[in-house]
Design a protein around this ligand. Sequence first.
Ligand SMILES: C[S@@+](CC[C@H](N)C(=O)[O-])C[C@H]1O[C@@H](n2cnc3c(N)ncnc32)[C@H](O)[C@@H]1O
Length: 213
Amino acid sequence: MRLRKKPKALSTLMENQHIVIFRPEDKKGKWMDFFKNTNPLYVELGTGKGKFIVENCLKYPTINFIGIDSKYDVLYMALKKALNKEVKNLALIPFNVENIEDVFDKNEVDRLFINFCDPWPKARHAKRRLTNIRFLEKYKSFLKDEALIVFKTDNRVLFDYSIEQFKEAKLDIIDITYDLASEEDPENITTEYEMKFMEKGVKINRLKAVYRP
Ligand SMILES: C[S@@+](CC[C@H](N)C(=O)[O-])C[C@H]1O[C@@H](n2cnc3c(N)ncnc32)[C@H](O)[C@@H]1O
């Protein structure tokens, strides 16, 4: 994601630590305390500029949402959207998904969204894909039984690869579409990347999988 450096990004994130969590490891197993309720917890990996997660927060006020991204500049934009809409059910975490098992405890997360993650096209970088089995096994360490994983991408090669990874990780794929727009799914909330691709006529792939240990 190419963005001009935002000089105010880090300072604004730091000023809003009621939403932005810099030491998420301290909250592992205690996210209900943070949100002060027992509502379900949905997590988006690589949340980017935040359109998807903020719209979800507004549509589903009785669900808690957490968006994770390693880049301050994009989280800053997500934060601005959240502040603008005064959402109450959101946490944003500047963090590398590589260490995600340090952030959530066993049975803590109800749903996981992976939206347009970086495809890492070179075979030698396959392990960096957020749908590589190495990552899927990390996610299984904190997902509840029957938790849903929803994965969207424009990249058909990554999508086909990911289907095989999900199968290898014994995640139960319950739905696959190779052209999300054609389904006119009223529940679908688009991301920034998704909008960009749809405007260009690129087909969006989506799979849903259930964790049944
Ligand atoms: C291609 S963008 C997609 C953004 C957004 N999900 C969307 O669909 O518009 C991928 C995002 O994932 C973030 N990202 C990639 N690898 C990551 C990692 N290992 N940990 C945290 N964030 C990551 C990037 O910083 C970037 O914001």
